[in-house]
Design a protein around this ligand. Structure first.
Ligand SMILES: Cc1cc2nc3c(=O)[nH]c(=O)nc-3n(C[C@H](O)[C@H](O)[C@H](O)COP(=O)(O)O)c2cc1C
Length: 216
């Protein structure tokens, strides 16, 4: 069997979602997958920097921002796993990225590929799982097969903050002081490993949207 190829796509301002992305990637690597970790190459628009955001930024002004965006090619990948920090559910760069890859829908390029989501939120009940779901919906629209986290992953039972059957998450606290803990990282690794494993089992489906949508 050929090695699974996993692309982990992330948008992260302060590093929490990136920490999860790295854990997802290492989980996939542990299953022998070929893994690429990419940051969306779209900057936040100027208008999104408002007074509310500046209050959130202040306690973490020493946080390191990422260096250059990494290259990102999706076509031909067998799996995709996406993560985002929420801007009231989905960050602007990640939303823009999803819009940008919409042409892949017409090609049917993601049909039958395994998709999974991960995210980081300040609060436990302020959009954590909703953000995952908001990402999984476009994955379904693309015809992807969704992977979550089963309760056989012990850290999912043990976790005191992030981690969900719908994907990997962290809850960092509204001033970012809670960080990403070991349970959350273990769940993210389990998700990455599962995506890699599942992709080996999923049988490739016909991927031509043109044929399916326009056949008479
Ligand atoms: C503009 C903005 C909007 C946010 N909206 C939410 C939100 O709706 N719910 C929430 O729990 N956290 C919210 N947060 C907090 C971030 O989700 C949280 O800090 C997250 O851990 C950042 O991820 P990162 O470290 O990968 O950048 C928001 C932060 C910003 C800057």
């Amino acid at each position: 069997m050929t090695a699974s190829r996993v692309t982990v796509v992330v948008d992260s301002r302060y590093g929490s979602t990136l920490a999860l992305a790295r854990a997802v990637a290492s989980g996939a690597l542990s299953e022998g997958a070929e893994v690429r970790l990419c940051r969306v190459a779209i900057d936040e628009p100027e208008f999104s920097v408002d007074s509310e955001r500046l209050i959130l930024l202040r306690p973490r002004q020493n946080s390191v921002r990422y260096p250059e965006p990494l290259p990102m090619i999706l076509t031909g990948q067998k799996e995709l796993s996406g993560g985002l920090p929420p801007d009231m559910l989905m960050s602007t760069p990640l939303r823009a990225f999803i819009d940008e890859v919409a042409p892949l829908w017409r090609q049917g390029a993601l049909i039958g590929k395994v998709g999974a989501a991960f995210t980081s939120t300040g609060g436990m009940h302020s959009g954590n799982e909703m953000t995952l779901l908001s990402l999984l919906l476009p994955f379904m629209q693309h015809g992807m097969v969704l992977a979550g986290v089963p309760h056989s992953v012990p850290e999912l039972v043990r976790t005191e903050k992030g981690g969900s059957p719908y994907g990997a998450t962290t809850v960092t606290g509204f001033d970012g002081n809670r960080g990403v803990d070991e349970n959350e990282l273990a769940i993210a690794r389990a998700l990455g490993a599962r995506v890699a494993r599942l992709s080996g089992w999923v049988t490739l489906e016909p991927s031509s949207v043109e044929l399916a949508a326009y056949a008479t």
